[in-house]
Design a protein around this ligand. Sequence first.
Ligand SMILES: Cc1ncc(C[n+]2csc(CCOP(=O)(O)OP(=O)(O)O)c2C)c(N)n1
Length: 682
Amino acid sequence: MNIDDLCINTIRMLSVDMVQEANSGHPGMPMGAAPMAYVLWTNFLKHNPRHPSWADRDRFLLSAGHGSALLYSLLHLTGYPLALEELKRFRQWGSKAPGHPEHGETPGVESTTGPLGQGFATGVGMAMAERFLAETFNRPDLSLIDHYIYGIISDGDLMEGVASEAASLAGHLKLGKIIYLYDNNGISLAGETKLTFTEDVSRRFEAYGWQVLSVADGNDAAAIGRAIAAARVETGRPSLISVRTHIGYGSPRKQDTFEVHGSPLGAEEVAATKKQLGWPAEPMFFIPEDSLNRFRQAVSTGEKAEQEWQKRASAYEKAYPDLFAQWQRQMKSDLPAGWEKAIPDFPPDPKGMATRAAGGKVLNALAARVPSLFGGSADLNPSTNTAMKGRGNFQSLSPREEAVQGAESGTWGYSGANVAFGVREHAMGSIINGAALHGGLLPFGSTFLVFSDYMRPAIRLAAIMKLQVTYVFTHDSIALGEDGPTHQPIEHLFSLRAIPNLTVIRPADANETAEAWKAAVARRQGPTALVFSRQNLPVIDRSRFAPAAGLSRGAYILADCAPDPPQAILIATGSEVHLALEAYERARQDGRRIRVVSMPSWELFDGQPEGYRNQVLPPEVPLRLSIEAGSTLGWHKYVGTRGETLGIDRFGASAPGKAVLEKFGFTVENILRKIEELLGMV
Ligand SMILES: Cc1ncc(C[n+]2csc(CCOP(=O)(O)OP(=O)(O)O)c2C)c(N)n1
């Protein structure tokens, strides 16, 4: 067996044995895709297995995450800190080789994948980050950032809509550093792709503006190598290399069947496969020495590549000390000193402003000081107020197009920090994940709260991966009015709060909005959703009521009846807080003792010590009313069994915002009535 075949079969058989030992997993994909993985990882991928987080490494995404055994084989073989013992414990509790690749669990896993299409779109975000940072930091004589985004993608990836959105944007943006190998095996989970997927994928991608290359025989290592080399030469278009493969290659009875996609081969078929491929039947997890030596060359090659980069980086540091310091800061996700000083303070104003408008001002103040802010909206900048003035448009260089309507002021090129995602919420979510995973950026994406549903899979992944991304969700309630129930969020706040490790913040006024952005920028261990109103909200007079800094604790006493204990507590969020305050003033005149708690974030409040939580919501005050223009589900956690909720448990309606609010009971009068009911006065 020549060395290439020996190495390729090592990947195949390690993967087969992992799945067999676990009696669970997906052997077919690694068996078919092993040659392309081998060629890429040994001849092209720039990486250092001894330093998996080296900033200028190529990124590799296994978008077809079900083929995780392939990735673990590659990581172990090329010398990452992933012991063979972990491969033997594939899919077991605590193993570093979990069912699907999990970023943060296994060194060298660049992104959590498994939900098909996500890896594809995440890679587009990484490629955008690469271009932005390259344009920002590279100098003609010295470059800090210059690497590819490689991926292995499957039929399933290409069937998912999110991949189409991302491919369309990647083509538009001419992201030439993307090179995806398409494991074109004609089989998916439940049968042949002839059942469901018969379009001409190559022509589709050409239409998106991609270079499409084909390899007719997925076992032809030389042809795969030539295709990857050609893809690297093309700098103005992303490349898709369609490689015709055979799922379960080498298995006499199961090759080219959907059965081999997601089930162990079985002992008998494992033996037959090993025989067919000329592999010893025993032992399991056999790695021939020659094969290991070949793969492990990655260690010395990788160390050399990083050393060369290190030399360049040292020269760069001498030539451009300030830029280098900024680069280092960004790559460590550190913020420039005094960043929070930029955040404006809003004077009290009964007429007020929409929190989306306040959000825009805060974002712009931050953007002037925090160069890592990078993002935009899904074609909604005029509504979500997420344009960063003077930070340019992230676009491929094309002076001809500079006068485009809706473009932001400033440069037009890859150094622009404003991203026009187009009407592509799904991809926006995954792309900002990719930008965060790449490192060096604080990415954000924006749309209407109701369309957060379109981003949910990516939000969930951001939360799993503990990524610092920020969502700006505006038009946060029925108060948006005329657009009606399709655009009026109801269950969205609750459903976002149901995602573990996502912090949801719905500020009450401009100053809480400033605090909310501050919290998002400071929170490194997971995503933050900022939820803003469309309509104007009074800017609360903080000389009379508690400071907005209370937001950092999730909920705080905004108005009180101290030193007397309250008879009842109003707990309100966002646009309903000012109604609670007005009701408080009126009830006080009637001699009622009321406390108003502003609760912009459940998650931040739940993270407080018990003493603080009991201080804000004392157990001895059971009469409580939650006020939020959304689903009441979950509010009993705070109002208890004797409390009441004012919310909305049906879809909204099309009418002017004020009228809709009134019809749904979001009026001071109705709140006063509810207080009287709570106190048993009616
Ligand atoms: C969003 C999503 N839907 C469904 C699945 C379940 N699933 C896992 S793999 C797969 C399809 C497999 O086909 P393909 O992508 O061609 O992979 P191959 O069979 O070639 O390994 C499906 C439907 C998933 N992982 N993600």
